[in-house]
Ligand binder design. Sequence first.
Ligand code: AMP
Length: 601
Amino acid sequence: MAVIGIDLGTTNSLAAVWQGGQVCLIPDKTGNYITPSIVAVDADGNIMTGYAAREEELLAPDRCASNFKRFMGTEKRYCLAGHEFRPEELSALVLKKMKEGAEAFLGEEVTEAVISVPAYFNSDQRYATKLAAQLAGLACERIVNEPSAAALTVRQEELSAKGQEGEAAFYTMDSGEASEQCLLVFDFGGGTLDVSIVDCFENIVEITAIAGDNHLGGTDFDEVIAAAFCAENGMEWETLDRKEKTALMFEGRRCKETLSSQEAVTMQYQRDGKCLGMELTSEKIFSLAPGLFRRIKNTISRALSDAGLGISDISQVLLAGGSSRMPAVQMFLSRLFGRGITAGVEPDFLVARGIGIYAGIKERQEEVKDILMTDVCPFSLGLRVQGDLADGEGKMCMMIERNNILPCRVTKYFVTASEFQEEIRLMVYLGESYHPEQNLKIGELCFPVPKAPAGKEGVYVTFTYNINGILEVFAASSSTGQEKSAAFVSGRGQFSPEQLLQKQDWIQAQQHLLQEEEERKAILSMADRLFAETSGAAREYVEQVIQYYNHAWKSKSLIRIRKAGKAVLQSLLAVDMRLRQSMFDEGMFEEAFLWEDGAEE
Ligand code: AMP
């Protein structure tokens, strides 16, 4: 049974599958690859999704829901024609449509999908995505960050092009030349902006930093344009009813999208028998939305600074998401990066293709099974602890810092703060602020401790963040031996079948390192031998080489480990060679001598 990849977008969704040695986008019955992520309930109570729902949205916006992906995992509820929906349920309806489309295309039942989400999605949002898949009858073991999927598309295309050129397949371990690239993925959709720095080396695609704005996307531009239209035509945006706002935003969006194929467009709207208008150009969008562009710039700066890179270190900027088609955005990026930045082929399909490739990796398809992809934690996770002044103010104790490579695990010891307290409340927060109140509380775990003077009892707390970006917190007491753990999704502290899957993921992720483990063993035993066989400067050199390798190993970065492995192996082989050469030289001399002796005989 095929595993499909689904790009569940804020505005549009797409599905892809690995088939016949390549990724293949799945069309719907009418040949369209794109399904608008919109749900509507018609006058008869029938549920519609996709294009039909998009049409309905214009007629009866009250019966339609869009942009619900932004609210996945929140308490927000949508009431459509008397039915109440959670954002997950609405997403499930879209996913169900994708599943059915895939089944029709493939001619077989589809029960498993890998789904892409914005890198900036928190545990709640990821959990909600899995729940949506479950509701749609799809098992979703793996959630992939959208920028990772986009980078995967570009990388896989390069790898297969290399393969086709007749070179050794690039993604196998015995490949020839190494190739390294540092990509910046600028993924700008309808509702979110994700900027990721991706290092590619041989067959490894490694995210090294992520920065995002969960509430910045094409819709914000639509609103700015619609509001400007009102201002120019003597209307007050704030006082319009929902239907008028929807119609104006729809028109604003249409004009914004037209600007990617023509330089200027006239936005028109009929009101009170009059035809109102406004000229729109990319330059005008610049002047209308300085705040939005500033937010774009800040997000890019944060990603670069987290990766410790400057603009000149970026070898390629990849544009993904519908909003990256805006010429105003491309012009802005070109100015920022000091070079022309244009959309490659089909930016709308970049993530979908990547998630389709990932579906192939998940199925261990021959052509892609050796591609490794690692991700990072997009935000810091920590516990609220007593503040420095012990005045009731709390402060953050960061457990996992943002941009740590996944999966990751950190353990720290916490002691009681008050005299004879009976339990330690572990309050888990997500965010970068020193002040817990300014971060997002994602749950808590209460841990009983024996009554004792302050600071005498304590608990070991372990944070485990898995490759799907879901946090598990484990607490253990050293004095009572008691243990407690919970998957951290706010409001859901219980164990669930989900956790079983998380553990499988953990084990799977460990397997990624197997190849490196083997290499490591080989390197270390070779080093041991060389250390024993050498002395003086050569011995010191071997020791330094090993320290360097161990340092890379500690970083957990597959790229660093792989690179260091190569370099270290080369250095050790050189030492080995020298060592043997001097023996071999002597041997040769002896052999030659013997041979000469023999010849004389
Ligand atoms: P996504 O969430 O990636 O599907 O992106 C949807 C967003 O991309 C919406 O805000 C669209 O208005 C926007 N978009 C799609 N095509 C274009 C285009 N040609 N020019 C400008 N914006 C576009």
